[in-house]
Ligand binder design. Structure first.
Ligand code: PNS
Length: 162
């Protein structure tokens, strides 16, 4: 049986922590779908089209990584794609409560789908999309924390605003 995993999230923007988890998932499962939630935030920094384009470009050399979008319930999307695993990253204990609630709710909604937690490399354990946006907006350096393409796109957005 081949295992198809779904790695869902907002990815606004994709960070090196996400990249690390996707690469681990791509080694562990036959195929992994990076599933970007439509309308997760009311005013995202990156449009859905930008987030899809960035993720596709970053994983262009990974034939078993697919990038897709979804709306509605995650478990419905996972079932529609005939996947059997949801992958989530766990950075610190602080992630645990929310992730635990989501995993058990998703299991209640569809008991055939398993959630698998993966830990990113330590150097990414404190990174979040929210912090990246905040630090960059305030002039801080995010080099090495996001893919170079994301860094370039952040700079473009900043120059449009200036
Ligand atoms: O990157 P994020 O914002 O932590 O991802 C959260 C996400 C997309 C995994 C979660 O909000 C989600 O699954 N949303 C889809 C709606 C849904 O199924 N909600 C019930 C979850 S128990």
């Amino acid at each position: 049986m081949s295992t198809l995993a779904v790695y869902p999230g907002s990815f606004d923007p994709l960070t090196n922590g996400h990249v690390d988890i996707i690469e681990r998932g791509a080694r562990l499962f036959d195929r992994i779908i990076v599933a970007i939630l439509v309308n997760a935030e009311k005013s995202p920094l990156f449009t859905m089209a930008e987030r899809v384009e960035i993720a596709r470009k970053v994983f262009t050399d990974h034939p078993n990584v697919e990038v897709d979008t979804f709306e509605g319930l995650l478990v419905d999307y996972v079932a529609k794609r005939r996947a059997n695993v949801i992958v989530r990253g766990l950075r610190a204990v602080s992630d645990f409560e929310y992730e635990f609630q989501m995993a058990l709710m998703n299991r209640r909604l569809n008991s055939k789908i398993e959630t698998v937690f993966m830990m990113p490399a330590e150097q990414y354990s404190y990174i979040s999309s929210r912090l990246i946006k905040e630090v960059f907006a305030l002039g801080g350096r995010v080099h090495g924390l996001v893919p170079e393409l994301v860094e370039a796109r952040l700079r473009e957005k900043q120059s449009v605003r200036m």
